[in-house]
Every structure is written in structure tokens, then in C-alpha cells.
Design a protein around this ligand. Structure first.
Ligand code: PEP
Ligand code: MG
Length: 898
């Protein structure tokens, strides 16, 4: 196996790159694109990439090296030294390298990086000689020791930061840049001493010299330890969490890029920066990003110093040429990759070097705008444009915004780093954000700047607010990726994380933990107090892409809705009908009283009166629904849930009785409550989801389906007479054997015929069933003989196929199953292949029993892009999902068809 791939030029200027952009599974995204940039003639510092597969072999063998791998690395290291005409550790003209992670998918800031590797007590002299800049050289050495100790050896970064602070206090200077070469040289000695004191010699016997741990002087030892650390960082907790969240497989591994160092901190004609070829927040065609003069690598991303906008770069004295070349390269990269690119670069004494490029992360709004613009520019096809937008990302656009009519006072402004508005309590640490979310409280995470350790808190919070860092800072990049609203760089916020408060400069406002705040990531404003939020509409770019998507998709999209408002909303979002109207949702509020009367009374007359009341209410419900969806199908499902869901909790009644007794209430009042309790207890079931619900309810209490069908037919007849075109369909839930369906179908047909005669209209109302039990799926050929349509209830089908209770799935064991990879994902969110097989069987057998049968799905999976691909393959006619998922489903259905 080939484990190492070279990239960049040899000593004669010939390109000796071995990889290319298609090799991201082997070289990682960074390695593959470094190779590609070198291949198309861009200036890339030479280096080599160790493969992702080597990382996995190393990790799977308990962190031991595969045979021969270290020898191969040594060969490539020697080759790099020859290409560069410099050696690692050389006392005259040393080669320095960076060692960086690079997985197949970008995982910003999750894994490790070491810079300036190759410095030691000898090569520092070479670096001084070559640069004639002792201060720069000593600063590089101290940065290397600091980074190596922290990243590779896992020492606490504060040990070193504290030493720097102590030195600054001692020298009476304010900034790191005020420390002299001599100061830095002294710091190097101190850092080495800190290293010796804190590294465990027993764990690293190779570092023990004369009985004491020493900072490694041999560059080969440095290199091997650094590579091992990068490999190890694949499995650090924050990387594991990030992968879980982003659904990235754990067995991909990370590549390691060993690359010649170039320096952005060699004075005023050196710089470093990150940039995008278009605006990643809104998609505008402009150069976008930040740079810092005289700075090294991570300084920009870390948000430690405030940066300047990239557009100004070519106006800076000494950087004009590199700035202009960079803009040309932006064009080259966009035309080559035919996508918006994200770039890291360094300018070393006026010479531009490209350190990374990849398809840039962008907001949903930007993804839409860029896809449409590139199609118009002729760079990509319409199909490609539709493929460029991740369906789940659309969610961002369907995020709340500040209500335009709301009035509020803006207390501070920052950068609009990730769109959408968020309202919640201010919290000042990731841990507090997690705690708030777990307690069911919405929060906004307020930080000076986030770092990868804050990830869990960023996920838990509604939005993120930072006082520092630019639009490419950690908080901004991560928030955009997650679709979380983010306002960053709010300099007026003076955060005291220890006190859990933030003062707003220039005012007497202090935001304390627990105070409600609102942020708008689209405009960058911060408000004290909760602002009313509104949902946005489908317009502009989103509408365009969805219209294009509709040209390609073959799968229909309907919505699950049970009131006219939701029905109208889903119609606005492009739903082609209602795939599931859950009528039990119409029995809440004051209707609950009526149905309780029905359930708890033995007196026939009282029961009939209750049903008559329900009928009146239901006619109105259905009238509203059918009118809202005029001309489009509305599948009304007859009452499904177990009756006890409509009753009071017997526990509470128990408590009430105990209180009455304690208070010495009259015995007949207590007896009455007791009788009620007994009755309610009679409806209790061990596992109600498998009990008296669905069609079973209608078979035991035929008066209920009769009433519902009568209401449906009557509402339909009325609308027809008013000139509308209602298209109701009746759906029988939880069928497992044909006779259940046959019996209820004949009840329905009789009532429909009765209403048609009484109203003097012709009614054509299809009757179908849900397929949500395994027995129904495997005997679908029989069931289809009595069904005009099937709707697969994949929630119940998943529950009954696995034998997992859908109500308890978030509880104990499923999370553990996910952690231990016993399940690849939650089967209630994304359709499981076993359950999908039952759906497929149901569709096939269903067509045997009734060639004209219409098949859809109305479980939660109907709005999940991955599941939609499966349903498209199986050949369903439509998916049905919640209104806000309708746009997502339209796009996913198109992508499945392309
Ligand atoms: C289902 O079971 O998938 C379904 C849509 O019905 P409900 O969720 O109402 O049981
Ligand atoms: Mg169901």
C-alpha cells in the first residue's frame, strides 16, 4: 500500500505531486486540494501527505505503527529535504515544517496542528543566520515549544501563557510584541523547564536524557510524536462529538500533511489570512475575508487580534503584488473547482503562498445565491445548482427573524456572522448552555470568543454571541455550519465570564446570567430582552431553486397538517396535498371535555349527545381544511390514539382524593371521585401504543368512525354546493388484517352514500389505510383489495419492527446503541433498511392486490432527506411531512431523482 504522497515542486522547479483533488478519501480534503493546487501551477509550499488509511491502521492497532510506515515517512522526509535544499535541524539553514490534520470532511478546529517543527538548540542559530532576525527566530522557537507541549504532549496551555504574562509584568510591557529577542530567548529556557517538569518520563522514555525529561532535540523524534498526536486527535472527544453531529463516519481517519513552513510574521511585507472567493454569508460575488500583517497562521482564525478586510490587501505597501496575484488566484480556483472556494494563504516577504483551499462553507442563503449565480454565469448546470444546496440547510432560511413590527432597543452591534434570530437567557459558559438546554430553557451562549471546547454549548444554545473575532473566527464558521444564529465581534461587550456578566461599554447596561437577550445574526444586532420572532416566507432565491427542483423531482410532496393555518402554510411552501390529517389533534381544548363525557358515561343518551356535539365541531374542522386545500387531496385519518390519552392522569385524581379525605370532605363527593378513578383505571394499558387504538377503536366504538365519516362527507358536500373542489380521502389507521379494513370501509361507504343522498350531491371519497404494522406490510396484497391508497406510517412501523417504544427512544439504551455503533443512526429519524424493506414489500404487494393503488409515506421520515432518497428508489408516489419540512423535501426529492 502507498502510504505517503508528495506534493509541490522539486529543486529544479518541476511539479512532483502524486495526488489530486479526487483523492480526498486517501489524502483528506486538505491534502487532496494541496495536490490539486500544485498540479494547476499555484504556489504551494512543498510537502507530503500521510494517508487517512494509515491513521486508521495506527488507531486500530492500539496506536502502533503499521510495518514499514515510519521508513516510508523517513524517505519522504529526506526527499522533501532534498527538494528544499535544506535539512530539518540544520545549524546553518534549517528546514521547518508544519504538521497538520486533514480529514476527508472539513472539521474546523477539531484536530491538531503543530507549526515550526524542526527547531532545536542548533537550528535556532541557522534560523537567526538566515533571517538576520533573532527576535523572529526566538519567537518561532518559543511558539513551537508551546504548541508542541500543548498539542502533542497535552500539557496545560496556561502554564506557558502564565510564564508569558509573568515575563511581560517583569519587563513592564503591555504586549507580546514588546518582548525583545533576549526576553524570548529566556522564555524558551523557561518553556523547556516547564516541559521537563510536567512531562511524565515513564510515559515517554525516549525523552529521558540523563535521568530527566528533555524537550526533544532530534527533529525526527519531534516529527514522529507530532504525527502520532494528529492521528490521536481523530479520536479526541470534541472531534468525536463533531462527527456525531455532522454524521461523519468514525472510520475515515485523518491524513497528516507535513509541509515546508512559510512565515507570515517576517515583518511588514509578510501577512497571513483566510478568504472566500464569494461572500459566504449572503453569496455576493466579492472577495471576502480577513488578513493580518506580520502574523502567523492561527492568529487570524483565533480572533486574538482584530483583522483587516481582504479587499484592502493590495493597497498595503509591499503587499500590492501578492494581493493582486491572490485575486487572480481566486478566479483560477473558482473556474477550476466550479465552486465558491475558501482559502488560506501566507505572504512571506512579499511572496504569496497558498496553504489550503476547499469548497467554502456557506449559509443557506449564500448557497442558494451562489448556485443560482453560477448557473447564470454558465459555470454549472441547473441540475448541479439544485445539487449544490444541502436540503437540511434550508432549515436555516425557515428560521425565525425579528418581527418587523416589534419595537426594541439595540444595546450593541457586531458582525452578522450567521443568519437567523435567537432569543434566550444569557449564559457565559458552554457547560451552562448545556445545563440550560437540558432543563428545557432556551439560551444564548455569550463568549469572548469560542474555541473547539465550546462545541457542546454551541449545539445546546439557540444562538451564539461573541465580543471578539471576525467573520472567519471559530464561532462564525461553526455557527454557519450548524445553521445557528451568530453575532460576533461585538466589541462593546465587556465580558466577565467568571462573574457571569457582560457590561455594555458606554452605557450602564449589564447583561447578567439568566437575563433574556435577543440576537439577530442576519443584521448583527444585540437586544436586551426578548424580541418577538416571525417565520420567513418562500421568496427570491429559495423559490427559484425550489422551482428548479420541481422540474426534476418525480416524488410528490404533501404535508401533515390538522388545522387550516398549517394547511395554508404548507400550501404556500409548495405542498401538493395533505398526506395526513391527524384528527385526534382536533379533540383537544374544550373538545376534550366532550370526548371525556363520551368515554366515561354508560348512559347511551349522554354518549349520543356527546358524539353529536363532536360531529358539529368536526364538520367545521373539515370544512376549513378542505377549503384551505381546495382542489388538492386531503387525507383524513380516523381517530387513532388510545382513549386514555384524552383522560386526566389517574395519579392526579388519586392525589385529589387523598386531599379531599384529609380535608374531611363529604363521603359522597369522595365516592364520586373514586368511581371516576376506577373508570379511568379501566382504560389504563401496559403498552398503550400496542393496545386499544387505531382501527381497533373504531371496531369497538363504531359510532366514532360513523360520526367522523359523516362529518367529512357533509363538509365535502357543502363545499361542492358552494362551488369548491374538495378532495377528501378517508384513512383507516393501524390495520393488521384485511377484515378490519373491510369492516370499516363498508361502514364508511354506507355513511358516504347516506350523506350523498341526503345532500343531493355525488360524493367520490377514496378510502385507504395506513400500513404501519409488519403484518399489514407482508400481507399488503390482501389488504390492497379493499384500499384505494396506502400511506406508510413509518413511525409505528419502526416501533413495531424493532420492538422499540417510540415514546422511550430518547431514554436509556438507544443513545448508548448509537455511541457504541450498534445502530448507525436513530431509526425514528432516518429510515432503517429493515423497515424500508417492509415498505418496499408493501408497495410491491400492494400493486399486486390493486394495480392503481397510490402509495405515500407520512411518518417523520417523510421530511428526512436521506430517507427521501430511499423512498424515491422504492417508487412511492409521495412523501408527507410537517409544513416547514416541505421545502426541504422538495429539494431532497429532486436530488434523489437527479
Ligand atoms: C406513523 O405511525 O408513522 C404515523 C404517521 O402515525 P402517528 O405518528 O400518528 O402514529
Ligand atoms: Mg401511526
Amino acid at each position: 500500500v502507498k502510504r505517503v504522497y508528495a506534493f509541490g515542486k522539486d529543486a529544479n522547479g518541476n511539479n512532483v505531486t502524486e495526488g489530486n483533488t479526487d483523492m480526498k478519501w486517501v489524502l483528506g480534503g486538505k491534502g487532496a486540494n494541496l495536490a490539486e493546487m500544485a498540479n494547476i501551477g499555484l504556489p504551494v509550499p512543498p510537502g507530503f501527505t500521510i494517508t487517512c488509511q494509515t491513521c486508521m491502521e495506527y488507531a486500530n492497532a492500539d496506536n502502533t505503527w503499521p510495518a514499514g510506515a515510519l521508513d516510508t515517512i523517513a524517505e519522504y522526509r529526506a526527499d522533501l529535504e532534498e527538494r528544499m535544499g535544506k535539512r530539518l535541524g540544520d545549524a546553518e539553514d534549517p528546514l521547518l515544517v508544519s504538521v497538520r490534520s486533514g480529514a476527508p470532511f472539513s472539521m474546523p478546529g477539531m484536530m491538531d496542528t503543530v507549526l515550526n517543527l524542526g527547531l532545536n538548540d542548533e537550528s535556532i542559530n541557522g534560523l537567526i543566520k538566515q533571517t538576520e532576525n533573532p527576535r523572529f527566530a526566538w519567537d518561532s522557537y518559543r511558539r513551537f515549544i508551546q504548541m508542541f507541549s500543548n498539542v502533542v504532549m497535552g500539557l496545560d496551555g496556561d502554564l506557558f501563557e502564565n510564564a508569558i504574562v509573568a515575563m511581560k509584568n517583569d519587563r513592564n510591557v503591555a504586549s507580546d510584541t514588546d518582548l525583545t529577542a533576549e526576553d524570548l530567548q529566556e522564555l524558551v529556557s523557561e518553556f523547556k523547564a516547564i516541559f521537563s517538569e510536567n512531562v511524565d518520563g515513564a510515559a515517554y522514555p525516549t525523552l529521558v536524557v540523563d535521568g530527566a525529561v528533555q524537550f526533544p532535540q532530534d527533529p525526527m523524534v519531534q516529527l514522529q510524536l507530532a504525527i502520532e498526536a494528529v492521528f490521536g486527535s481523530w479520536n479526541n472527544p470534541r472531534a468525536v462529538l463533531y462527527r456525531q453531529k455532522e454524521k461523519i463516519a468514525d472510520d475515515l481517519g485523518t491524513a497528516v500533511n507535513v509541509q515546508s513552513m512559510v512565515f507570515g510574521n517576517k515583518g511588514e511585507t509578510s501577512a497571513t489570512g483566510v478568504a472566500f472567493t464569494r461572500n459566504p454569508a449572503n453569496g455576493t460575488k466579492e472577495f471576502y475575508g480577513d488578513y493580518l500583517v506580520n502574523a502567523q497562521g492561527e492568529d487570524v482564525v483565533a480572533g486574538i487580534r482584530n483583522t483587516s478586510p481582504i479587499a484592502e490587501l493590495k493597497e498595503v505597501e509591499g503587499l500590492e503584488e501578492a494581493g493582486a496575484q491572490l485575486e487572480e488566484i481566486f478566479e483560477v480556483l473558482e473556474n477550476h473547482f466550479r465552486d465558491m472556494c475558501d482559502i488560506e494563504f501566507t505572504i512571506e516577504q512579499g511572496k504569496l503562498w497558498m496553504l489550503q483551499t476547499r469548497a467554502g462553507k456557506r449559509t443557506a442563503a449564500a448557497a442558494l445565491a451562489i448556485a443560482i449565480a453560477m448557473e447564470k454565469e454558465g459555470l454549472i448546470t441547473k441540475e448541479e445548482a439544485v445539487m449544490r444546496v444541502a436540503p437540511d440547510q434550508l432549515d436555516q432560511l425557515l428560521h425565525p427573524q425579528f418581527d418587523k413590527d416589534a419595537s426594541y432597543d439595540v444595546v450593541a452591534r457586531g458582525l452578522n456572522a450567521s443568519p437567523g434570530a435567537a432569543v434566550g437567557e444569557a449564559v457565559f459558559s458552554a457547560a451552562d448552555a448545556v445545563a440550560a438546554a437540558e432543563a428545557g430553557r432556551k439560551c444564548v451562549l455569550v463568549r469572548w470568543e469560542t474555541n473547539p471546547d465550546d462545541l457542546a454549548g454551541m449545539i445546546a444554545a439557540e444562538g451564539i454571541l461573541t465580543s471578539h473575532g471576525g467573520k472567519t473566527s471559530h464561532a462564525a464558521v461553526i455557527a454557519r455550519g450548524m445553521g445557528a444564529p451568530c453575532v460576533c465581534g461585538v466589541e462593546a461587550l465587556k465580558i466577565d465570564a467568571a462573574k457571569k456578566e457582560a457590561a455594555v461599554a458606554g452605557t450602564d447596561i449589564v447583561i447578567r446570567e439568566g437575563d433574556m437577550i435577543s440576537i439577530d445574526g442576519t443584521t448583527g444586532i444585540v437586544v436586551l430582552g426578548a424580541v418577538d420572532l416571525v417565520m420567513p416566507e418562500l421568496t427570491g432565491d429559495l423559490d427559484t431553486i425550489l422551482e428548479w427542483a420541481d422540474e426534476f423531482r418525480t416524488l410528490g410532496v404533501r404535508a401533515n397538517a390538522d388545522n387550516p393555518e398549517d394547511a395554508e402554510l404548507s400550501r404556500d411552501f409548495g405542498a401538493e396535498g395533505i398526506g395526513l390529517c391527524r384528527t385526534e389533534h382536533m379533540f383537544l381544548g374544550d373538545r376534550k371535555q366532550i370526548i371525556q363525557t363520551f368515554i366515561l358515561n354508560d348512559d347511551e343518551l349522554i354518549r349520543e349527545k356527546a358524539v353529536a356535539d363532536l360531529y358539529e365541531a368536526q364538520v367545521g374542522d373539515f370544512y376549513g381544511m378542505f377549503k384551505a386545500m381546495d382542489g388538492l387531496p386531503v387525507i383524513v385519518r380516523l381517530l387513532d390514539p388510545p382513549l386514555h390519552e384524552f383522560l386526566e392522569s389517574p395519579r392526579e385524581l388519586d392525589v385529589e382524593i387523598a386531599k379531599l379525605e384529609a380535608a374531611g370532605a363529604p363521603s359522597d363527593a369522595i365516592a364520586e371521585k373514586r368511581a371516576l378513578l376506577e373508570k379511568i383505571d379501566g382504560f389504563a394499558e401496559q403498552n398503550p401504543m400496542l393496545g386499544m387504538r387505531g382501527c381497533r377503536l373504531g371496531i369497538v366504538y363504531p359510532i366514532l368512525p360513523e360520526m367522523q365519516v359523516r362529518a367529512i362527507a357533509t363538509a365535502c358536500a357543502r363545499l361542492q354546493k358552494e362551488g369548491f373542489a374538495p378532495k377528501p380521502e378517508i384513512m383507516i389507521p393501524l390495520v393488521s388484517v384485511l377484515p378490519e379494513l373491510a369492516k370499516l370501509r363498508s361502514v364508511a361507504e354506507a355513511v358516504i352514500a347516506e350523506v350523498a343522498a341526503a345532500e343531493g350531491v355525488e360524493l367520490s371519497i377514496p378510502v385507504g389505510t395506513m400500513i404501519e404494522l409488519p403484518r399489514a406490510a407482508v400481507t399488503a396484497n390482501e389488504i390492497a383489495t379493499e384500499a384505494d391508497f396506502f400511506s406508510f406510517g413509518t413511525n409505528d412501523l419502526t416501533q413495531t419492527t424493532f420492538g422499540f417504544s417510540r415514546d422511550d427512544v430518547e431514554g436509556e439504551f438507544v443513545p448508548q446503541y448509537l455511541n457504541e455503533h450498534l445502530l448507525p443512526y436513530n431509526p425514528f429519524a432516518t429510515i432503517d433498511p429493515g423497515v424500508a424493506k417492509l415498505v418496499e414489500m408493501g408497495v410491491e404487494l400492494g400493486h399486486e392486490g390493486n394495480p392503481d393503488i397510490v402509495c405515500g409515506v407520512c411518518g417523520e421520515h417523510g421530511g428526512d432527506p436521506e430517507s427521501i432518497h430511499t423512498f424515491n428508489r422504492i417508487g412511492l408516489n409521495y412523501v408527507s411531512c410537517s409544513p416547514y419540512r416541505v421545502p426541504v423535501a422538495r429539494l431532497a426529492a429532486a436530488q434523489a431523482a437527479i
